[in-house]
Design a protein around this ligand. Structure first.
Ligand code: ADP
Ligand code: MG
Length: 717
């Protein structure tokens, strides 16, 4: 095999099959949301009463009136067919973390050979996919395997295009017939409601008008790698597991840091422009794009949106990136750690709360009154994160993210909050009650005449924190690049709802005792900060000292996902989710089961793939090279090389025997036991095989080596 040939093919194989027009500004405004069934679109197509009723559902969260379903369905179908859609699908997010769709044709042949278009209100509102293969964590017995999808009118329907047609996608929730959530969207919607119910009364105390609604807002920054498909398909590990299970470090990695924010190569830029155009058509407001730290790594970020829409859009974004890359002879890798030794990929989840009037509740204000409210919600977030470190850690659990968290390039598995020096300073001063008590003492009744105004958009360039205040929002950075943001956001919404509810009751009690709002909030913030400030850490999260200090502070350090998943169903968490109606105990237990199961299966597939690649590709390469050396005669250089290759080959062989045993063992009957076995026995055995194989890669002649190298995959563009 001549692998230089691969390099050239890879470099040349990109092509633009359908020359899409680039995106000058005027085109964007024309294209934006072209394939989205917006309320505006519906207004033109529905009767006034039907439109009003639907709008109340979308904007006020009122129950959907089934009487309008037929009319809405007809409008949807007409709109979609005018845009070339031939099929529709209920689009949902099963517990695998990806999306699912089953297409039905609008037009179906009838007995006379004529085509009729069928899509009624019934089919819009509810469908029953043959979904028995989706994980249910025991929520469905196999004899009752049915689940149904139900329309979520709060996320607009859209058209997904492919090279030869288009499909109307209707965002839906997925549940069992007993009403239990089998998806990621249902609890996300419930958590949004919980947050609204908890925060609205608090806002009321700060003078907001009755009827103010609150939503959480999310903007998720997506990191990903691009590799030439020529290489990708020659790497069974990438194809099977999404990451390289072998690969010696190249002489040059990201040391030069010349890739970060560097000029984007033409091929990549063309791909990005194409993908963005499609994302705009889907109404996804992508805004920034740039090179990331590692060679071959990139980022795309949208403007924030209400969290349930943002979660749907995030799934679509990953799908569009993946599909579009192929048009350019590239494959987009969403895995958290596709390449050992270079940075992994995250999905920074920017989170805040907003009123329906668009007021950002985490935006420090210009007036003392606004700052009072800001400090109240800020304190609530501190309390929430400190009390529920375990839940935030579980929300980012997964075998792939474990390679990234704590790997000195991504935040550690310890949860802490970066507040920045200014805000920390203000809270410290509030806590100590420091400051003048003179006549001007205004803000918080704690001597605000000496308190500096809270800086707006205080820059945070500390990338080492898993949870950072970035001026007017919190950025949850531990979220993995391949995962759905739904569960992390569900957890955030719920834990903040919990903290806000407790603090609101506390505030009401203080007000009832006759304290003024300033003084009451001042006391509350002081006490809350004192109780939870151990969670605040502004230093270097990658450092060894932090590991020790965090332990001294009593913070959790759930190093592996298995440790984290084990906490999910703790009493505290069951009570929390049940109290807010976000997840029942059974639903939570099902999720725990599925998380263990996915962890186990992920590592199991990696273990099997490592074994087969090592046995059938790497070992033969080493042996055939040894044959070459034997034929080359007995010069000193040949003998020495052969001895080295032989030693590494034996090492590979031995490591392979160990891995084979561990792969066969599985480790127990429950998914929990199996997950332990994968973590404690299979992963170390895989590492042993990799070590020997990577050593061989540096010894065996290039022409014999069966896998594209890191050097090729990361640097040939
Ligand atoms: P930074 O420079 O800190 O990364 P940006 O303004 O570039 O900040 O925003 C990063 C991401 O945060 C974007 O996706 C943006 O839409 C999102 N974001 C900004 N404000 C909010 C908010 N109030 N709620 C949620 N996400 C937000
Ligand atoms: Mg950011």
């Amino acid at each position: 095999m001549n692998h230089d040939f691969d390099v050239l093919t890879a470099a040349r194989s990109w092509r633009v099959e359908r020359a899409e027009v680039p995106t000058p500004a005027e085109v964007v405004s024309e294209v934006f949301a072209r394939d989205v069934l917006t309320l505006e679109q519906l207004k033109a197509r529905l009767s006034k009463p039907a439109y009003r009723s639907l709008r109340a559902t979308v904007e006020q969260g009122e129950p959907l009136n089934p009487a309008i379903a037929d009319e809405v369905a007809l409008a949807m179908k007409t709109w979609a067919m005018e845009r070339g859609a031939t099929h529709y699908t209920h689009w949902f997010q099963p517990l695998t973390g990806s999306t699912a769709e089953k297409h039905d044709a609008f037009v179906s042949p009838n007995g006379d050979g004529l085509a009729i278009a069928a899509f009624s209100g019934k089919e819009l509102i509810q469908a029953e996919p043959d979904a028995s293969s989706f994980p249910s964590g025991g929520l469905r017995a196999t004899f009752e395997a049915r689940g149904y999808t139900a329309w979520d009118p709060s996320s607009p329907a859209f058209i997904m295009r492919h090279s030869n047609g288009a499909t109307l996608c209707i965002p839906t929730a997925f549940a069992s017939w007993t009403g239990e959530a089998l998806d990621l969207k249902t609890p996300l919607l419930r958590s949004g409601e919980a947050l609204n119910k908890a925060v609205a009364p608090a806002l009321h105390l700060f003078g907001a008008s009755v009827g103010t609604r609150v939503v959480s807002t999310v903007g998720a920054e997506q990191e990903y790698f691009l590799v030439a498909e020529e290489y990708y398909f020659r790497r069974p590990d990438l194809v099977m597991t999404g990451r390289t299970l072998f690969g010696a470090r190249p002489p040059r990695g990201q040391e030069l840091e010349d890739h970060y924010f560097g000029a984007i190569p033409d091929r990549v830029l063309s791909f990005m422009t194409d993908a963005e155009l499609q994302l705009y058509a889907l109404g996804i407001p992508v805004k920034t794009r740039h090179n990331e730290v590692a060679p071959g790594q990139f980022e795309i970020a949208p403007i924030f949106e209400p969290s349930n829409v943002a979660a749907d859009h995030q799934q679509l974004l990953m799908q569009v990136l993946s599909n579009t890359a192929r048009k350019y002879g590239l494959v987009a890798l969403m895995h958290e750690k596709p390449f050992a030794g270079v940075n992994g990929s995250g999905k920074h989840c920017n989170w805040s709360m907003s009123t329906d009037a668009g007021e950002n509740l985490l935006e420090p204000g210009d007036t003392p009154h606004e700052n009072l409210q800001f400090l109240f919600f800020c304190a609530a977030v501190l309390k929430a994160v400190d009390e529920h470190q375990d839940l935030l850690r579980v929300s980012v659990a997964g075998a792939s993210n474990d390679h990234r968290l704590g790997a000195n390039e991504a935040p550690p598995a310890i949860l802490s909050i970066f507040l920045g020096s200014e805000l920390t300073d203000i809270l410290d001063r509030i806590e100590s009650g420091e400051g003048g008590r003179g006549p001007e003492a205004g803000l918080l009744g704690l001597g605000s005449s000496v308190l500096p105004p809270i800086p707006r958009h205080a820059g945070d360039r500390n990338r080492t924190s898993p949870f950072a205040f970035t001026g007017n929002k919190f950025e949850f950075r531990a979220v993995g690049s391949s995962q759905s943001i739904s569960f992390p956001v569900t957890v955030l919404n719920t834990i903040v709802a919990d903290a806000v509810q407790i603090l609101t009751a506390d505030l009401e009690a203080r007000l009832a005792r006759g304290l003024g709002l300033d003084a009451a909030v001042g006391e509350l913030v002081r006490e809350t900060y004192a109780a939870h400030k151990r969670i605040v850490f502004n230093g270097d999260g990658y450092s060894e000292e932090w590991q020790r200090e965090a332990q001294a502070r009593g913070l959790l350090n759930l190093r592996t996902s298995v440790d984290a998943i084990e906490r999910l169903c703790d009493e505290k968490n069951v009570r929390l989710f049940e109290r807010f109606g976000v997840l029942s105990e059974r639903e939570l237990a099902a999720r725990q089961e599925i998380l263990f199961d996915i962890y186990f299966k992920t590592v199991n597939i990696e273990g099997e793939t490592t074994e087969s690649v090592a046995q059938t590709m790497i070992l033969p390469a080493a042996v055939s090279y040894l044959g070459d050396l034997a034929r080359a005669g007995g010069s000193r250089a040949v003998r020495a090389t052969a001895a080295e290759v032989e030693a590494a080959t034996d090492e590979l062989y031995d490591a392979l025997q160990t891995l084979r045993e561990q792969n066969r063992a599985l480790g127990g009957d429950t998914v929990h036991e199996k997950a332990h076995h994968m973590r404690d026995a299979v992963l170390p055995a895989m590492a042993g095989v990799r070590q020997a194989a990577d050593r061989l890669e540096k010894l065996v002649a290039d022409a014999h080596w069966p896998l594209p190298s890191y050097r090729q995959m990361l640097f040939v563009k």
